[in-house]
Design a protein around this ligand. Structure first.
Ligand code: NI
Length: 174
């Protein structure tokens, strides 16, 4: 088995680049998606964006399911989003805790749109899929798509007092 790609951490310049659109029919794409899925499962992430493994491409994996890092996450099938885009469906903004595999050790309460329409392409097709997500999944989608635009959750924080250590977060969660 090949070694898992390293997950880049804050400070790496690739995390700050705008990622490039991807052709869903690109023959290199299945391998990239495989590597991303292996990485996100191994790291107990809720999602992963291709720039986090050093590929500045507009590809995201959403991998929401309850695990040690996110015990209350909703269960859903692993989904690869190609060239994903978001339209807010209301003006409602929610604060909720987020972590990021590229910012180890801390969590923060980040404002996000409560309801979104997510549009994306799937492997092997030029068609667009449209789904409406709210709550936790809307948050994961916004967090991951920010990665494609060179943004991290810390950039969205409006008050530094909303940042806590991961250990403190879990202590408060029980
Ligand atoms: Ni992240």
């Amino acid at each position: 088995m090949s070694q898992l790609p390293a997950i880049l951490e804050i400070g790496h310049p690739t995390l700050r680049k705008t990622a490039q659109p991807v052709d869903p029919l690109d023959p290199a794409l299945p391998d990239l998606i495989d590597r991303m899925i292996n990485s996100v499962l191994e790291a107990n992430g809720m999602g992963l964006a291709a720039p986090q493994i050093g590929e500045s491409k507009r590809v995201v994996i959403v991998a929401s399911r309850p695990n040690a890092r996110y015990p209350h996450a909703p269960e859903m099938p692993l989904t690869a989003l190609i060239n994903p885009k978001i339209t807010p469906l209301s003006d409602e903004i929610e604060l909720g805790f987020e972590g990021c595999l590229s910012i180890p050790g801390i969590r923060g309460r980040v404002p996000r749109h409560a309801q979104i329409r997510l549009s994306y392409q799937q492997l092997g097709s030029n068609d667009w899929v449209h789904v409406d997500w709210s709550g936790f999944l809307a948050r994961v989608a916004q967090h991951e798509i920010d990665h494609l635009d060179g943004l991290l959750w810390l950039d969205r924080i409006e008050d530094n007092r909303e940042i806590v250590s991961e250990a403190q977060h879990f202590a408060a969660d029980t």
